[in-house]
Design a protein. Sequence first.
Length: 141
Amino acid sequence: MKSLHMRGVKSITNALWTLGDVISQELLRLHILHTILLENLQYLLDWIKGFLESHDRLNAFDSIWSSMAPYPGNYVPRKLYQLSSQVCSKEMQSILIVILVVFTASLRRKTNVVCATARQEEDFRKAITCVRYLTDFALLS
């Protein structure tokens, strides 16, 4: 305790520490997880957009994205994916459920796109795996 004080750490009292059924460390952990998930998923959505642009598949993605049919529990986007800049946390859960399917379909599409090279096909496979793992982690968290 003395070494912490020498380094400028001050001891303070927190109202949460006096509550019997509240573990303050757990509250902080949930907030950190929520923040990390939101930041990582926003990064993932931006990365997907960049990846699709670099492989000339963003229009294919938007076409699939905007043609999703409404059904109970399905996220129906109001605007094209490339026009969305920020996604709120409420929409994030819904997007997570469909983003992998739309991403995969846009990369595997054979009509109205330039035919992918063998190298691109390999990059597509790796990207699909990456998006799958990140969305699975987020949905399980």
